[in-house]
Design a protein around this ligand. Structure first.
Ligand code: NAD
Length: 442
């Protein structure tokens, strides 16, 4: 079958893809800027360099990851040799979102190609410049349509979802994730769903507040808060609140100056629709700092909100923008109550110097992944699985796990013929005790 390309062909394609990305890096950065004024520094760190490093790692390891893996045989099957064969699923559909439109399209694509699949990629229609450059690069690297880009919006995605696929990899909202899961169920197609959620950021009374404020400002306002693992809300011990607000205000000014609108390092909201959604959630009487908006420029300043109503508009859904509500708690019981109000989030962050507290938070709550005393950076370690749980997603990827995600793992027993023990064959008379002893012994 055409999709089962041999390893050297897959590797050649990936090298070509990497070369094209390197050659077009400035155009990609420019496209991202035109789409939503993504700061070039952020484009390099979170999009192009990230992908180039992932491609390098995949190219370096592809033989190792694809290799047949021997495992210890079971004595029940003695004598045998047992191993795992990694097989491409076949035809893979990848649907990407707009918020990291290059990275979140090319990263799964890299792994799907490495694992030997045929791919159709649908980039987001909300970042058309980036979508166009992705199309241009893919058409050049894969002229024979082993990998194909289909541009377009909801209708294009629906048409693709109506077809039969061997694997679907979707990154986007939980609402669309459900549509994808339903379409996949029609053909029992396996899926990875990389979704979002309301990510809590807990700060206790032992935390280093100044450093916490710096790291939270970076993680929250990167990409103007349009990051699936951005802290969604702060949950701070009530006595620390006023101190923390002083620090966080300072850190916003340190990062983006007195007027973040003039900062080259602060992105814009992707479109007017999202701008209206976000702007309407800002209650002026609750603004601690920020709250400045400009629809013409799709601008919303880094905004802190003094929140005490868990039923407010801001606290209903994932915010996905540069608005950060600060909520206080009295004790641990209250933390549990607030976090449990929401679906399992994609990320959770806890800032503390108390090891026991950190351990308890990590163990007692279910979430995709996260950090102790930082935000976002768990994404950067390719040895960590990246994915959600419950409503924040199904499956995970990154590094070798990405290759494994796009491979069916076939378990094989190669039985030897030089010995054939009679124990398992009928007639079973008088064999049960020997079998029991053997099973107990194993
Ligand atoms: P979205 O769900 O609106 O769109 C994602 C993709 O699905 C786009 O390509 C879009 O064209 C397509 N789509 C939209 N509506 C569709 C429909 N009815 N049927 C079929 N396809 C449809 O998401 P978005 O606005 O692009 O991205 C933001 C969301 O993605 C946030 O919830 C964020 O948390 C999440 N996200 C998750 C991750 C992750 O890795 N877990 C990464 C980035 C973004």
């Amino acid at each position: 079958m055409s999709y089962k390309l041999n390893i050297s062909t897959r590797k050649e394609a990936l090298i070509k893809l990497m070369d094209e990305i390197i050659k077009h890096e400035n155009e990609i950065i420019q496209a991202l800027y035109e789409d939503f004024k993504k700061p070039p520094f952020e484009s390099i760190v979170t999009e192009t360099s990230y992908i180039i490093s992932e491609l390098k790692e995949t190219i370096k390891n592809i033989e190792k990851w694809a290799k047949i893996k021997k495992v210890l045989p079971s004595l029940l099957n003695f004598p045998s040799t047992d191993y795992i064969v990694k097989e491409p699923y076949g035809k893979v559909l990848i649907i990407a979102p707009w918020n990291y439109p290059f990275q979140l399209a090319i990263s799964p694509l890299t792994a799907a190609v490495a694992a030997g699949n045929q791919v159709v990629l649908k980039p987001s229609e909300l970042t058309p410049k980036t979508s166009a450059i992705i199309l241009q690069i893919i058409e050049k690297v894969f002229p024979h349509q082993h990998v194909k880009v289909v541009e377009g919006g909801v209708e294009a995605a629906q048409k693709l979802l109506a077809q039969r696929w061997d694997y679907i990899f979707f990154t986007g909202s939980a609402a669309v994730g459900k549509i994808v899961a339903k379409a996949a169920a029609e053909h029992l197609t396996p899926v990875t769903l990389e979704l979002g959620g309301k990510n809590p950021c807990i700060i206790d009374e032992t935390a280093n507040l100044k450093l916490a404020a710096k790291r939270i400002v970076w993680g929250k306002f990167l990409n103007a808060g349009q990051t699936c693992i951005a802290p969604d809300y702060i949950l701070i011990q009530e006595e620390m609140k006023s101190h923390f607000i002083t620090f966080i205000k300072n850190e916003i000014t340190n990062a983006y100056g007195e007027n973040p609108k003039n900062s080259p390092d602060f992105a814009r909201i992707v479109n007017e629709k999202n701008w209206h959604r976000l702007a309407s959630m800002i209650a002026p009487e609750k603004v601690i700092t920020g709250g400045t908006t400009d629809v013409e420029d799709c601008y919303i300043s880094p905004t802190l909100i003094d929140e005490n109503d868990l039923d407010s508009e801001l606290m209903k859904e994932e915010i996905f923008g540069p608005i950060l509500p600060i909520i206080t708690y009295k004790d641990e019981k209250e933390i549990d109550k607030i976090i449990s109000k929401y679906e399992k989030p994609l990320a959770l962050y806890v800032f503390t110097d108390d090891k026991k507290f950190a351990k308890k938070i990590i163990q007692e709550h279910s979430f995709g992944g996260g950090c102790i005393n930082d935000t976002i950076i768990h994404f950067a370690n390719k040895r960590l699985p990246f994915g959600g749980v419950g409503h924040s997603g199904i499956g995970a990827y990154h590094g070798k796990l990405s290759f494994d995600t796009f491979s069916h793992h076939k378990g094989i027993v190669k039985k030897a013929n030089w010995l054939d023990l009679n124990l398992r064959y009928a007639p079973y008379t008088n064999k049960i005790n020997s079998i029991r002893r053997l099973l107990n012994w194993l």
